[in-house]
Design a protein around this ligand. Structure first.
Ligand code: UDP
Length: 358
C-alpha cells in the first residue's frame, strides 16, 4: 500500500489537506494511505485544533514542538523533525501544500533523503520577492518531482522558469469551499467581511491604522458593518496602536472585531457578505467560490484570474479603498466560469499520484 507523508503546519494547509483526505478515504480501491506530520508552525487552538476537528482530519502521526521564534532556527527545527519522521515511516512520497515555511522545510528534508516530493499549488507566483511565501514557492517548485498546478497561469509560470511536466488539476481550496457550502443559504446581508494579517499590512503600525481608518470611514459612510476575525499577529499590532481599548476603537468605526473562527463559520461569513476585504490568499478565492466580490489589499496577487475576471480588485493604497470598495460592493459574481475547476481537483490529484507513483 503506497504511503504519503503529508506535511502540515499552518491554517490554510489544514484546510487544503481535507479535500485530499476525503479523496483518499473515498477511493480506497486506489490503495493510498497517509501519515501526517504537524510541524507546529500554527499551534494555538483557534488556528489549529479547531480545523482538525471540523474537517475530520486524522490526528497527526507526528507533532513537532518548535522552541525558537526565530525564523531560521525554526526552519532547522522543522527540517530536523521532518527528517526523523521520514526515516521512521519510510513514505513513498512527501506531499507539501502551498507556500509556508513548513512547505519549504518539508521539501528540503525530503530532497536531502531522495524521497519524491509532490507540491500541491505549484507554479503560483505573485512576482513579489518581498513576500516570504514567494521565495518558499519558487524554492519548493525547484525541488519537487510532481508538480500539481491549479491553473494554466501556474503552468505558464513554471514553463517560463524552465520547469515542465506539471499537472493541471484545478484548485483544492475551491473543492473544499464548494463542498462545505453546499447546504448554506444563499442570501447576502449588507455586511462585509474584513481580514488582514500580512506583515506588510499589519507590522507597519501607521499603515495598519490607515487601513482601519479607510475601512471604518467606508463602513460609516455606507452604514455597513464589517466583521473582522483578528489574526494573533494583527491583534498584537492593534494593541500596540490603540492599547487595551482597541476593539472598542474599531467598533466605533462599525468594525466588529472577533477572535479567529473555524473554517465553516468563516465560509458562512463570506457567503452571506456583500463584500470581502482581505489580504489572504485563500479567502480571495473562497470569496469567488461563494460568489462574493472582493477587494484584495495587496500590490499583487498570485490568483490573477480573479482580477482578470473582475471578481477581485487589487488595492495597495488605503486611500484608494473607498473607490475600490464602491466598485465591488454588492457586485454579482458568476462562479460558473470554473476558474479553479469544478470541485474535483483532489480526485484528479489522487489519480495522477496513482499513475505516476505506483
Ligand atoms: N480562515 C478561517 N478562520 C479565520 C480566518 C481564515 O478558517 O478566522 C481560513 C480561510 O477560510 C482560509 C484560510 O483560513 O481558507 C486562509 O488562511 P490565512 O488567511 O491564514 O492564510 P493565506 O491564505 O493568506 O495563506
Amino acid at each position: 500500500m503506497p504511503l504519503l507523508l503529508t506535511i502540515l503546519g499552518a491554517r490554510p494547509q489544514f484546510i487544503k489537506a481535507s479535500a485530499l483526505t476525503r479523496a483518499i478515504e473515498k477511493k480506497v480501491d486506489l490503495g493510498w494511505s497517509q501519515s501526517i506530520i504537524h510541524t507546529g508552525q500554527h499551534y494555538d487552538a483557534k488556528l489549529s485544533d479547531i480545523f482538525f476537528e471540523e474537517l475530520n482530519l486524522p490526528k497527526p502521526n507526528f507533532t513537532l514542538q518548535l522552541k525558537s521564534s526565530e525564523r531560521a532556527v525554526r526552519m532547522n527545527e522543522m527540517k530536523s523533525g521532518i527528517t526523523h519522521a521520514i526515516e521512521e515511516c519510510k513514505p513513498d512520497a512527501v506531499l507539501v501544500y502551498g507556500d509556508t515555511d513548513s512547505t519549504l522545510a518539508g521539501a528540503q528534508a525530503a530532497d536531502a533523503l531522495g524521497i519524491p516530493i509532490i507540491h500541491v499549488e505549484a507554479g503560483l507566483r505573485s512576482f513579489d520577492l518581498d513576500m516570504p511565501e514567494e521565495v518558499n514557492r519558487i524554492a519548493t517548485d525547484k525541488l519537487s518531482s510532481i508538480l500539481i498546478a491549479p491553473t494554466t497561469t501556474a503552468i505558464d509560470n513554471l514553463n517560463n522558469e524552465g520547469i515542465y511536466g506539471a499537472f493541471l488539476t484545478g484548485d483544492i481550496m475551491h473543492d473544499n469551499a464548494l463542498y462545505f457550502t453546499k447546504e448554506m443559504q444563499e442570501i447576502k446581508s449588507k455586511s462585509i467581511l474584513l481580514t488582514m494579517h500580512r506583515p506588510s499590512n499589519v507590522d507597519d503600525l501607521p499603515r495598519l491604522q490607515s487601513w482601519i481608518d479607510a475601512v471604518g470611514d467606508w463602513c460609516l459612510l455606507h452604514q455597513v458593518d464589517a466583521t473582522f476575525p483578528v489574526h494573533p499577529r494583527t491583534k498584537k499590532s492593534l494593541v500596540a496602536l490603540y492599547g487595551g481599548v482597541w476593539s472598542h476603537v474599531l467598533s466605533e468605526k462599525n468594525i466588529r472585531a472577533i477572535d479567529p473562527v473555524g473554517y465553516i463559520e468563516l465560509l458562512r461569513f463570506i457567503k452571506t457578505s456583500s463584500l470581502v476585504i482581505t489580504d489572504s490568499g485563500g479567502i480571495q478565492k473562497e470569496a469567488y467560490s461563494c460568489e462574493t466580490p472582493s477587494v484584495v489589499i495587496r500590490r499583487h496577487t498570485e490568483w490573477v484570474e480573479l482580477v482578470n475576471a473582475g471578481h477581485t480588485v487589487l488595492c495597495f493604497e488605503p486611500k484608494a479603498l473607498n473607490e475600490c470598495a464602491d466598485s465591488q460592493f454588492g457586485r454579482t459574481i458568476d462562479g460558473d466560469d470554473a476558474l479553479y475547476g469544478n470541485g474535483d481537483a483532489a480526485d484528479d490529484i489522487l489519480r495522477i499520484l496513482s499513475e505516476t507513483l505506483t
